[in-house]
Design a protein around this ligand. Structure first.
Ligand SMILES: NC(=O)c1ccc[n+]([C@@H]2O[C@H](COP(=O)([O-])OP(=O)(O)OC[C@H]3O[C@@H](n4cnc5c(N)ncnc54)[C@H](OP(=O)(O)O)[C@@H]3O)[C@@H](O)[C@H]2O)c1
Length: 218
């Protein structure tokens, strides 16, 4: 499948690497047609990867991943073009982290809304699915790295078919079906994003991003 990765940070390139390794063709989008990190990446994956602008990326992808810094995601998605995002699944991996007052970051949208909802309301014809934002990029594509994959990941979105599509992608990454919890509609992204302050504190204490949460109960 043709997949558009919007973003050239560690999340975008980690997802791109995994998607190529399992047979997809990837387009990495950026503000620039020739982002040095994207160019370096495609030199290592010359057959199944190309790069260009956010707009070209959105046109290319049948499915898109938002791997853009949260606070500028709307700005970047506008560059991608609402018409190129329409009727497509957009997997929103972003977190609305605001570093303007230094560390630790605060959340720029919170409590009664979320970045995923902001994206959904700005792009009503797009099927936004919040996923994978609650963990370090290395774990997103390699759940077996921790406890043999015995831990949980979450989905939130308004479109059931879109969530099934994303679930299939997560399974292809190695996530076990019972560990992919559908929390409900896009408003459930609030909790997923508000987990970030706790994630950052655990990261600070643990000094590694290779951890996750597991839901237990009767
Ligand atoms: N790092 C992780 O392990 C992790 C885990 C979970 C979730 N996340 C979330 O995933 C997203 C990506 O994280 P990341 O660490 O890979 O990368 P990042 O540094 O947060 O974001 C990189 C992307 O943001 C774009 N960007 C920056 N300023 C922009 C602006 N003013 N207008 C438009 N685009 C702009 C960059 O565009 P150019 O390509 O043009 O430079 C680049 O593609 C973030 O929202 C982050 O919170 C990260």
């Amino acid at each position: 499948m043709n997949i558009g990765i919007l973003g050239t940070g560690s999340v975008g390139l980690t997802l791109a690497d995994k998607l190529i390794s399992i047979g997809h063709v990837v387009f990495i989008g950026s503000r620039s047609k020739t982002h040095p990190k994207a160019i370096e990446f495609i030199e290592k994956h010359p057959l199944n990867c190309q790069t260009g602008t956010f707009e070209e990326c959105a046109k290319f992808g049948a499915i898109l991943f938002n791997c853009i810094a949260g606070m500028v995601s709307i700005e970047a998605l506008k560059l991608a073009g609402a018409e190129n995002l329409a009727n497509k699944v957009l997997v929103d991996v972003s977190n609305p982290l605001d570093f303007s007052n230094g560390m630790p970051p605060s959340l720029s949208v919170v409590n009664t809304t979320s970045m995923a909802e902001t994206i959904q309301s700005n792009f009503p014809e797009t099927h936004v699915v919040k996923a994978l934002n609650t963990m370090w990029a290395g774990l997103m594509v390699n759940p077996n790295l921790v406890e043999g994959g015995d831990h949980d990941t979450f989905l939130a979105g308004n479109n059931e078919e879109a969530k099934e599509t994303v679930k299939g992608i997560l399974e292809s990454f190695g996530w076990i079906s019972k560990h992919i919890l559908d929390l409900g509609d896009i408003t459930k992204a609030r909790g997923l994003e508000m987990y970030l302050p706790l994630w950052l504190s655990i990261y600070g204490a643990n000094k590694t991003g290779a951890f996750n949460i597991k839901i237990v109960g009767v």
